[in-house]
Ligand binder design. Sequence first.
Ligand SMILES: Nc1ncnc2c1ncn2[C@@H]1O[C@H](COP(=O)(O)OP(=O)(O)OP(=O)(O)O)[C@@H](O)[C@H]1O
Ligand SMILES: [Mg+2]
Length: 490
Amino acid sequence: MIGLALASVSANSAISNWWWLQVIITVSYYAIPTMLVYAIYKGRDIPFQWMFLVFGAFFVTCGTTHVIETWYVWFPESLVSEFMKAITAFVAGSSVLLLLTLMPFALALPSPAKLEAANLALENEIVERRKAEAALAELAEVLEEQVKTRTAKLSRANAFLSKEVLERKKAKKALQESEAQLREKATQLEQALQQLQETQAQLVHTEKLSALGELTAGIAHEISNPINFINANIAYAHNYVEDLLRLVKLYGKYYPNPVEEIQEEIETVELEFLKEDLPQLLSSMKVGTDRICAIVSSMRNFSRLDKDGMSFASIHEGIDSTLLILQHRLKANGKSPAIQLIKEYGNLPLVECYAGQLNQVFMNIISNAIDVLRESSTSPVLNSQRSCPSIQISTEVAEGDRAVIRIFDNGPGMTEEVKNKIFNHFFTTKPAGKGTGLGLSISNQIVREKHCGCLECLSRLGEGTEFVISLPIRQQKSETSRLVEMQEAV
Ligand SMILES: Nc1ncnc2c1ncn2[C@@H]1O[C@H](COP(=O)(O)OP(=O)(O)OP(=O)(O)O)[C@@H](O)[C@H]1O
Ligand SMILES: [Mg+2]
């Protein structure tokens, strides 16, 4: 406004000599907005910056109006001055409007005293906050200390727990191992128990046979002496009788007519028949006692106890003595016909064996044959298929050094399934109480393990069964035992 007044004064009075005043005014007009822009540029956080800009614009327009007014003095017809005035009016009006709207905000700006108080309050707050911060720092330190202590405790507990876990793991492993061992032991015990049961059954079976052997040996021993005595005396009795008969004959020759009493006695005793029959009677008694002696000898043979280990024995004697024990079962009885026995003995040398044990093998195989023949003879279907039940026993030497014994029966034979199981312990097809199922398994053991031999079964259903026993005539000896024998011979 001052600029405008000056401009109009200068224009009206046309004081061109005071032109430098015009310059100062103009420069001032332009210096003020420049400083305002500079202030805005530097003090970026000054509120209502746009207001400074508007003032700046106002001063620029005023300055420009002043310049134009001056210029108008020299060039009065120009319209520029009017145009510039309009712009200045617009800017001035806008500034007034803006100042009006800005007024409440400007008034709301805090006073320096208020600012001072606020600053004080802020400073107090800062002090409080610092105190709180210090307290917090102290607390944090305490907490840190506690955390450290707790962490140490936790580490110790963790180490202890880890140790315990490790120990528990070890204990668990040891437990698992001992459990596995226990399980293994249990399995072993089960197996041992089974073996024990099998051995017990075998022992019972063997015991039965050995009891039979002992009984036979006992009977043979008891009969042996009296029968030998009778057998030996029969010959003397025969001689004495012949002497007496000769004497009687002489009496008859020299005393042909005896007294009546003697004549009557001769008729009563049938002297002529007696003279003929007595020698025959004695002869048949001799045959009988001879047979008893043979039976006793067979019984002795059967009951050999193999106490001195292996010995060279006659296989034929073993078979015969077994047959003697089983003879009563071969005879006809009730509905069952007699079992025919066919022996085809070859020329077998003495075989190195446990004779008593081999007799058990013969006993088991022949009794099985008798069992099936007896059973099938009572079955009409099976019986009709076969004319006469028979057992055939043959022996031979094979491969120069093996004794082979074949025991064949023309019984019903057996199925493949049964055949595959007959050497198993406790396998039997006989009704409970009749068979233990151990006869063949024990026989197999005796032949294989005790004699290094071989026991085979050939059987066809409906055709019969043959057991083939193959034994080495001489047992293979170890080098050491041979050396011992040679030393003994030397
Ligand atoms: N000659 C045979 N013919 C047909 N089957 C046979 C003959 N010999 C044995 N067997 C079969 O083999 C089975 C086993 O025989 P093994 O002698 O081992 O036992 P077992 O005779 O049944 O009983 P035990 O222990 O009293 O001898 C018999 O039950 C029978 O079924
Ligand atoms: Mg049997």
